[in-house]
Design a binder for this molecule. Structure first.
Ligand code: IMP
Ligand code: MG
Length: 177
């Protein structure tokens, strides 16, 4: 199951430490409030699962299933949504949980989708921000884990052709095709 790896970019203990710190920040910002976490499938489930275990707030979770990749490493513009029941977020503090900001198309789509439901507040929590990903039209990462170079990575929820999501670290795969 382990892919050919060029480099481990972020190991398991670095991930754990940073996610615990992010959870502390989130606990502080929403102290005394309830929070709805919206996780963007499939990539962010591993992050969501670790993050929510560190939170002391009352949280509800919901999912948005988006796809913006063809299944390999090539990006095609446009985001496709596979409809799932959407949690009730009107009048509630809502936090979008995303694995990575790359082109930003997924987060921008999710942002608009949530905003249309009139949440009490809307913020984003992004584990990885790729270099160059922050630009106009892309929602900013309010809570952010790591800034990383603009390279293709796998692990901790992120896939290459649907594989390697279960790796407990983030790695640069050695893909020569
Ligand atoms: P976007 O380009 O910011 O819309 O990112 C879309 C989605 O593509 C992310 O939620 C990830 O699931 C996936 N993605 C982006 N960059 C990578 C990568 O380096 N490896 C694997 N998946 C990625
Ligand atoms: Mg993917």
């Amino acid at each position: 199951m382990t892919p050919p790896i060029k480099e481990i970019l972020i190991d398991r203990s670095e991930l754990q430490r940073r996610i615990a710190a992010l959870a502390e920040e989130i606990d502080r910002v929403y102290a005394g409030e309830e929070l709805v976490l919206i996780s963007i499938l499939k990539g962010s489930v591993v992050f969501l699962s670790d993050l929510m275990k560190e939170l002391h707030l009352d949280v509800e979770i919901g999912f948005l299933y988006l796809s913006s990749y063809r299944g390999e490493t090539a990006f095609h513009s446009g985001v496709q949504e596979y409809l799932l029941p959407f949690p009730e977020i009107a009048g509630r503090h809502t936090l979008l949980v995303e694995d990575i900001l790359d082109t930003g198309a997924s987060l921008a789509y999710a942002w608009d989708r949530c905003l249309a439901k009139n949440p009490r507040s809307l913020k984003t929590c992004v584990l990885l921000v790729k270099e160059g990903a922050e630009k106009e039209g892309v929602p900013k990462a309010d809570f952010r884990g790591f800034d990383i170079p603009n390279v293709f990575i796998v692990g901790y929820g992120l896939d290459y052709k649907e594989k390697y999501r279960q790796l407990p670290y983030i790695a640069v795969p050695d893909i020569s095709e």
